[in-house]
Design a protein around this ligand. Structure first.
Ligand SMILES: Cc1cc2nc3c(=O)[nH]c(=O)nc-3n(C[C@H](O)[C@H](O)[C@H](O)COP(=O)(O)O)c2cc1C
Length: 177
């Protein structure tokens, strides 16, 4: 039976891709076989023991590709140990209350999928660059300064805890996608 891990992500401005790559690298270093894919391109979970899904929050919502992934792969996800991360808070200096606010947004989104019981959920700091925003989002988002709350150490620490949780990582019921 395969013990391959799938790290699947959605991104708009690439910071979630950077985090997904760091998570995948860390899981690989722990000895696992890992594939990295865009959430919207995942056709089946067959062959994967443990999906890790990551996506950013925008305008109080989780990225639509994450919500679409949960709807499309309900059966496969129910059979597997799934880990979730999201990117959100971008306010510098780091503010614990802002992190909790972002986490509450994520929890509200996940609560719509009552069957979904991830084994790990984490909120990482995001990246914000007003120069990348296009109209009308540039107007709606205001003129805050660029920021980067990405924390490599926290990301690698989470991935390393996760690799321990995923051992032995096998589909709970079947290999069906
Ligand atoms: C227009 C806009 C809206 C955002 N809305 C939220 C939000 O509602 N909640 C939150 O926690 N983060 C929000 N963020 C922060 C993003 O989640 C953060 O910038 C993240 O790193 C973006 O990920 P990406 O680079 O992979 O696209 C917002 C960012 C932008 C640019």
């Amino acid at each position: 039976m395969s013990t391959k891990v799938l790290v699947a992500f959605a991104t708009r401005y690439s910071s979630t891709q950077e985090v997904a790559e760091a998570v995948a690298a860390s899981l690989q270093e722990s000895g696992g076989a890992v594939d990295l894919q865009l959430l919207r391109e995942v056709r089946t979970l067959a062959g994967y023991s443990a999906p890790v899904m990551g996506a950013p929050l925008f305008m109080l919502r989780w990225h639509k590709d994450a919500l679409g992934f949960l709807s499309r792969h309900r059966e496969g996800l129910m059979e597997r140990s799934v880990a979730v991360f999201a990117l959100g808070p971008v306010h510098e200096p780091y503010d614990e209350q802002k992190r909790k606010d972002s986490r509450a947004q994520l929890d509200r989104e996940l609560a719509r999928f009552i069957w979904f019981k991830p084994i790990a959920i984490e909120m990482f700091g995001g990246k914000y660059d007003p120069a990348l925003l296009r109209f009308p989002i540039s107007t709606l988002a205001g003129k805050g300064p660029a920021s980067d709350l990405g924390n490599r150490k926290a990301i690698r620490g989470w991935a390393s805890d996760l690799s321990r949780k995923l051992e032995p990582s096998e589909p709970r019921l079947s290999e069906s996608g």
